[in-house]
Write a protein that binds this ligand. Structure first.
Ligand SMILES: *[C@@H]1O[C@H](CO)[C@@H](O)[C@H](O)[C@H]1NC(C)=O
Length: 243
């Protein structure tokens, strides 16, 4: 897809823009039959702008709540955390002779539950999945996801405020037209690279960074056959530990 569609289309877009030095609607004057393509681009840009501002709102929210000693998605102790929160299911070796390996992948000793010694066994037998505290923070605290489209849920006022701020920033960037936009891109184009560089250095210096890089780079070709993707949260059944 990258070579057949992605790069040719991107190249067309960039070179056509350079060639015309005009907006998407005017650009097709040299081939009026394609005018619809220009209008479609404007329609698509409108949709993209709407959902990109939502992503900006989320980013701004995380930016603000990050100014704290202890990140709120650092633990499993908050009220919104479920029993599946991964820190409640530590990974253990369970090879010691006074430890007992249960058939559901958990490990016990005389003092009680120690953790999980085999995650795939645990997931197969119990139907449960360990969920990282950051994911639970996102799903249950930030978004407070409802069960589906039919259930709209309540307004998250801090996300709504953040979304308004995103639109105000967008408006201010465009207020003076191309003059300010040209200046703003110095920041918006360069700053992500600074952040990516910081995240890269931070990432590769973490424990087991190698495993993460391998997971990221190594293609799993059987995933191409799987159009369904990840199992949903709803699909994880709750079964008692002792079962
Ligand atoms: C975990 O359990 C599965 C299923 O019984 C088994 O195939 C796998 O080898 C186990 N993995 C480890 C690391 O013991």
């Amino acid at each position: 897809m990258l070579f057949i569609v992605g790069i040719p289309l991107f190249y067309l877009e960039v070179s056509l823009g350079q060639f015309c030095s005009m907006g998407a609607a005017k650009c097709w004057d040299f081939a009026p039959i394609f005018k619809g393509v220009g209008y479609s681009m404007i329609a698509i840009s409108t949709l993209v702008t709407i959902y990109y501002n939502v992503i900006m709102a989320w980013s701004q929210f995380y930016f603000v709540v990050s100014f704290t000693d202890k990140l709120p998605w650092d633990s499993c102790d908050s009220s919104y955390n479920t029993d599946d929160c991964s820190l409640k299911w530590p990974l253990v070796e369970c090879t010691n002779s006074n430890m007992q390996q249960m058939s559901n992948g958990t490990c016990f000793d005389a003092s009680g539950f120690l953790g999980i010694y085999n995650t795939s066994l645990f997931e197969d037998v119990t139907g449960r999945k360990r969920v990282s505290p950051s994911e639970e923070y996102w799903t249950y605290n930030v978004l407070n996801l409802s069960s589906g489209l039919s259930d709209v849920g309540s307004l998250r006022w801090y996300l709504a405020t953040s979304l308004l701020a995103a639109w105000v920033i967008t408006f201010l960037c465009l207020l003076k037209g191309i003059k300010t936009t040209g200046k703003v891109v110095y920041f918006t184009v360069l700053f992500p690279y600074a952040v990516l560089l910081i995240l890269f250095v931070r990432g590769v210096t973490l424990d087991s960074a190698r495993k993460g890089i391998e997971f990221y780079i190594k293609p799993k070709f059987d995933k191409l056959k799987d159009a369904k993707g990840q199992p949903t949260l709803e699909a994880t059944r709750r079964i008692n530990l002792k079962d």
